[in-house]
Design a protein around this ligand. Structure first.
Ligand SMILES: *Cc1c(COP(=O)(O)O)cnc(C)c1O
Length: 436
């Protein structure tokens, strides 16, 4: 034990074992005793944050870490994490550099923006933008866009944290250009649009689009801000996915500052990206809050490598995991289900029935909430009165590479969209651990 885990942890484990023995009042049996102590120590030294197999059917699952990185991004992170790097050092002049500079040019090239800056996530991007451009003044937002996103990101709360006053206009389902115009006054700092990522209003609705809102803002010499949430960097329609607004479209339509996430549809690391007019981005960058929200070198490395993939759109789908999984053909997922079904049926035996079923995956992270992607799953139903489904789900989560499915309609569903060849091999290899 002390060979493997060190003296201090081994002693702690033995003391805890002796305490258990005293409480239980059972006799001391050396082999059992040390076996149990070693087992407990082994369980405790498993990392808390570990890789899992996401078979939930939600591709960009916030609780499972959203997008996973392309191999190029992983390599870039490894190259800078174990040694010094040119993080804030200009190799051409030998002077102090800017940490955003590694990514800014790429972002400008892809989105057509004049300038760009980066922070820790999109919530921080919105907070920083509002703090820098609108503190102590009013920002006008439609009542249809006062959204809450999972994990307590509420637009009105962010506004008050940024020290600006929210001026709500219109109604939940309808807001018109004149609603914004009538609200503009001496203390107005900006007009803002927020992409209602995770819900959709249907029926009798009316919204003011980016182009129209930017025109109103500019007629009053005000900046127009847009929070896109996910903000795909490519048009998803040619990939057979529903269209999601891109920052390049927003900027072309006249938005002055656009914010979006790095780890949603973009498929990179957690980050908040801010692109737009140079004069405004400069003000945002100079805000003291920027220092508190800045990115680490590992994130910058991963983001730069991910953005480089966008320079070669023809191969983007193969190289960017998020896009590859979202566009994975249903037949390929179905074939994986057919391959795995006998293995699951064999290991679960009489205890359960395992079927291949059609299902629908979701994009996740609040993107395109209504659209579903046709997929295939293994559906596991327990025999007899059907008890033990929760226990099976727990045993799958306890595997060396935990398997996360979802329980629906008395069955455990394992949506195989996100299980590619390497994951399938891992899953197959650990299946015997589910026997009896
Ligand atoms: C997801 C989202 C955010 C928060 O982004 P994070 O990167 O998770 O901080 C903010 N606004 C909108 C519209 C979003 O969809």
């Amino acid at each position: 034990m002390s060979e493997r885990h060190g003296r201090s942890l081994a002693l702690d484990a033995i003391r805890a074992g002796l305490d258990r023995l005293r409480t239980a009042g059972t006799g001391f049996e050396p082999e059992t005793f040390f076996g149990e102590c070693a087992g407990a120590l082994e369980r405790e030294s498993r990392p808390g944050l570990q890789a899992v197999l996401n078979l939930t059917g939600t591709v960009l699952h916030t609780n499972l870490g959203r997008a996973w990185a392309a191999p190029e991004a992983i390599e870039a992170v490894m190259a800078v994490m174990g040694q010094p790097s040119s993080l804030e050092f200009d190799l051409a002049t030998g002077r102090r550099g800017e940490r955003d500079s590694h990514v800014e040019k790429l972002l400008c090239r892809i989105t057509g923006a004049e300038a760009a800056t980066l922070v820790n996530n999109n919530a921080a991007a919105v907070l920083l933008t509002l703090t820098a451009l609108a503190a102590r003044r009013e920002v006008i937002v439609s009542r249809g866009e006062l959204i809450e996103i999972g994990g307590a990101f509420r637009m009105p709360d962010i506004m008050s944290r940024a020290g600006c006053k929210l001026r709500e206009v219109g109604t939940t389902n309808r807001t018109h250009g004149r609603d914004y115009e009538e609200a503009i006054g001496r203390s107005t700092a900006a007009l803002m649009r927020v992409h209602p990522s995770n819900y959709q209003v249907e029926g009798f609705t009316s919204i003011v689009d980016t182009r129209a809102l930017a025109a109103i803002a500019h007629a009053h010499d005000l900046p127009m801000l847009e929070d896109l949430g996910s903000g795909s960097l490519v048009d998803l329609a040619p990939y057979g996915l529903p269209h999601e607004p891109t920052p390049q479209e927003s900027l072309a339509d006249g938005a002055d500052v656009v914010t979006f996430s790095g780890d949603k549809l973009l498929g990179g690391p957690q980050a908040g990206l801010i692109v737009g007019r140079k004069a405004l981005i400069d003000r945002i960058r100079k805000c003291p809050l920027k220092r508190a929200l800045r990115l680490d070198k590992m994130t910058i490395a991963a983001l730069e490598a991910t953005l480089r993939l966008y320079l070669d759109p023809d191969r983007l789908r193969q190289r960017l995991p998020a896009l590859r999984l979202l566009t994975r053909p249903r037949d390929e997922i179905h074939a994986c289900a057919v391959r795995l079904q006998p293995a699951f049926a064999a290991v679960l035996g009489e205890r359960a029935t395992v079927d291949v079923v059609e299902c629908a995956s979701q994009i996740g992270s609040g993107s395109l909430p209504v659209d579903r992607l046709p997929s295939a799953a293994l559906s596991i139903r327990m025999a007899g009165r059907g008890g033990g489904l929760d226990r099976l789900a727990a045993r799958l989560r306890a595997l060396p590479r935990p398997v996360i499915g979802r329980i629906h309609d008395n069955a455990l569903l394992l949506d195989l969209r996100c299980l590619e060849a390497d994951g399938e091999a891992v899953l197959r290899a650990q299946l015997p651990l589910l026997a009896a």
